[in-house]
Design a protein around this ligand. Structure first.
Ligand code: NAD
Length: 249
């Protein structure tokens, strides 16, 4: 399969990351099935994305026609129903290894045999997820940053068996979504979270040892290191459940 053969993408998990990935994929011209365990969650995400486009139309940053055609390309679906025709499937469900292993086994059974199965996991081994499928050469980590429409990086994580063809196709796909790609070995936390999560953890220790207040810790890193926000605020943005899951990996 070549990048030009890809027209349909499915996103599994319509939380903060899944909806961001769905938004940028629809903007890049792909038909996007945004899937969750309850249709209502996928529909909420669709509404949220449409509001983002409406705000950009109101600010004169997006034409009403482009917004309408983006909307036409996006469809909320139940997981299990939205993947039948997708060429690229990106799993962005809760950061839980057993849940993702189950999802990869199920996606392998239900998705077209040539489809690429990708995970937006922050830390879980891609080789392990690939081993739950019969197509490990077509499995790769595609790790977007939060918030997806704003952050320019995509980290690609090659599993032990990921083929060059899969890697090249997904590099091109991420670039088509306006992202810059870096490649990591399949090692815990990959590049970004291997470096970020110890810092967030250390910020929690700094607070719990009474070294400084929440405001001062965040202010110190925001102004002192020119980070866009302090580590405690960033941990809240990522979601403390997700931060803990990554730290444990
Ligand atoms: P979230 O809690 O906002 O969303 C998770 C979504 O997955 C929910 O809508 C939930 O209903 C859905 N879900 C759970 N089980 C499912 C299943 N079996 N099938 C389909 N959908 C299912 O979480 P998030 O922050 O969007 O994180 C999703 C993934 O992205 C995680 O792997 C996380 O590590 C990764 N990630 C998160 C961030 C971040 O900053 N939050 C950044 C990069 C990557």
């Amino acid at each position: 399969m070549q990048l030009q053969d890809v027209s349909k993408v499915a996103i599994i998990g319509a939380g903060q990351m899944g909806r961001g990935i769905a938004q940028v994929a629809a903007e890049a011209g792909y038909a996007v099935a945004l899937c969750d365990v309850e249709l209502e969650r996928a529909q909420d995400a669709q509404q949220f994305i449409e509001q983002q486009w409406a705000k950009r139309v109101a600010r004169g940053k997006l034409s009403a026609e482009a917004s309408a055609s983006n909307t036409e390309r996006l469809s909320p679906q139940l997981v299990g129903e939205g993947t039948a025709e997708a060429q690229i499937i990106i799993e962005a469900a809760t950061e839980n290894v057993d849940l993702k292993l189950g999802l990869f086994a199920e996606l392998d059974r239900t998705a077209p045999p040539e489809a690429l199965l990708c995970s937006n996991t922050s830390s879980i081994s891609i080789t392990r997820l690939a081993a739950a499928t019969t197509r490990p050469t077509r499995v790769e980590g595609v790790h977007f940053m939060n918030p997806v429409p704003i952050m320019r990086l995509v980290e690609l994580i090659r599993g032990l068996s990921t083929s060059d063809e899969t890697h090249e196709l997904l590099s091109g796909f991420a670039e088509k979504l306006g992202k810059t790609v870096v490649t990591s070995l399949d090692s815990p936390g990959f590049i970004v979270n291997r470096i970020l999560i110890p810092m967030l953890n250390e910020a929690c220790f700094t607070l719990s040892e009474g070294v400084a207040s929440v405001t001062d810790i965040d202010q110190a890193i925001h102004l002192g290191l020119a980070h866009p926000m302090g580590p405690l605020r960033l941990a809240d943005l990522i979601g403390l459940d997700t931060v803990l899951a990554i730290a444990e990996v």
